[in-house]
Design a protein around this ligand. Structure first.
Ligand SMILES: *Cc1c(COP(=O)(O)O)cnc(C)c1O
Length: 377
């Protein structure tokens, strides 16, 4: 049996007719950039995320970049985030010439640890503190970071909070939806996310009129009105085709999320019956609604050998992420070294993502757990 990490073709079968219809309508209109489909998606995402405003953009990475631009992050400013995330989180900071300041994570959720946030702030010199502007908590794998203490600490230091919610659309923290908790929320419609387009796309959500107005202007090169520039923006536009596809998929998102959550339950039942709990640990659900963009187990010993075994068995898997960002070559100038963020480094050495997509069949989940059992026997 072969079990892919993600098989989008199964999902596509369910929505194919709708997608083809809307695609044809857009082809007939020959209106591809922004426009009514993007506006409709912005309204839908607002409703879904329980925010005031949403601005469709070209990708999740650009959502982060434009949010930081709207927050006026400039060269030499400092922005706190975790080293255990997709590259774009810190990449967006650096692309503006700003300095990522890393904060280690919690070992069970892999999200920013508020205690480490306090510790990093406590150790920071007065000069550096003056340049500190924002925090980007990441809701990794589909579960919200511990936002209340992060908001409290950020408030005390007058820092903006930009949520990296790229993996967490619809996840909930104490009754609030991802993207509606901080000053701005950044989403990705990359095809492998829970809500993915047929290409790149993203969204920024906010409850602030000021940020909303600024985001819309920055999205079109900073021209307001067109050809009159008080700011330098970029081409961060979302296109009609992506918006229309994402709108269709949004109608299925809760159903698909339930499918992922049920698959997680099945894994839990099978793993606990398998006696593997000494060898591996399962994802921890700490917040209200984990949407399982990834189902990531922790394998303290022989992770890489297990990985090759799963590959040999035809089971898709992935390491998110093998190199924490403070150890990336391109960030060497930030002056970090191995050992600086031990929780992240340990996670990078021990985590392994297993297939979790909604259309996964019971026998596929059983096969995955069974093959892991065989590996350890
Ligand atoms: C996917 C992702 C991004 C970037 O989104 P793209 O749409 O691929 O540019 C940013 N942050 C995190 C945590 C992500 O998972």
């Amino acid at each position: 049996m072969k079990v892919p990490l993600l098989d989008l073709k199964r999902q596509y079968q369910e929505i194919k007719d709708e997608c083809l219809r809307v695609t044809e309508a857009i082809y007939d209109s020959q209106q591809f950039i922004l426009g009514p489909y993007v506006e409709a998606l912005e309204r839908d995402i607002n409703d879904y995320c329980e925010t005031e405003f949403a601005v469709g953009v070209s990708s999740g990475s650009d959502a982060l970049l434009i949010a930081l631009m709207a927050a006026d992050i400039k060269a030499g400013d400092r922005v706190l985030t975790t080293p255990y995330t997709f590259f774009a989180t810190a990449g967006s900071i650096r692309r503006l010439g700003a300095i990522p300041v890393f904060v280690d994570i919690e070992p069970d959720t892999y999200n920013m640890d508020p205690a480490f946030l306090e510790a990093v702030l406590g150790k920071m010199g007065a000069e550096a503190k003056k340049t500190l502007k924002a925090v980007i908590p990441v809701h990794l794998y589909g579960q919200c970071a511990e936002m209340d203490p992060i908001l409290e600490i950020s408030g005390a230091h007058r820092l903006m909070v930009v949520e990296d919610a790229a993996q967490a659309i619809g996840s909930v923290y104490k009754g609030r939806r991802a993207g509606a908790i901080g000053d701005m929320g950044c989403f990705s419609f990359f095809p492998t996310k829970n809500l993915g387009g047929f290409g790149d796309g993203g969204m920024v959500t906010t409850n602030s009129t000021d940020f909303y107005e600024k985001l819309k202007i920055l999205r079109v090169h900073g021209g307001a009105p067109k050809y009159y520039h008080q700011m330098i923006g970029g081409n961060f536009r979302l296109d009609a085709l992506q918006a229309a596809i994402v709108s269709i998929k949004l109608g299925y998102l809760d159903q698909w999320t339930r499918g992922r959550q049920e698959n997680a339950k099945k894994y839990r039942a099978l793993f606990s019956a398998s006696g593997l709990e000494q060898m591996i640990s399962l994802p921890v659900e700490k917040q209200d609604r984990h949407i399982y963009n990834q189902f990531v187990i922790r394998v303290p010993e022989k992770r890489d050998a297990l990985r090759s075994w799963l590959n040999d068995c035809g089971i898709g898997n992935e390491i998110y992420y093998p190199v924490p960002l403070h150890l990336q070559t391109c960030f060497a100038d930030l002056g970090y070294a191995a050992g600086d963020f031990p929780v992240s480094e340990k996670a990078a050495a021990e985590t392994l993502a297993l297939p979790i997509f909604a259309e996964l069949k019971d026998e596929e989940i059983e096969y995955v757990v069974d093959r892991i059992k065989v590996f350890y026997s």
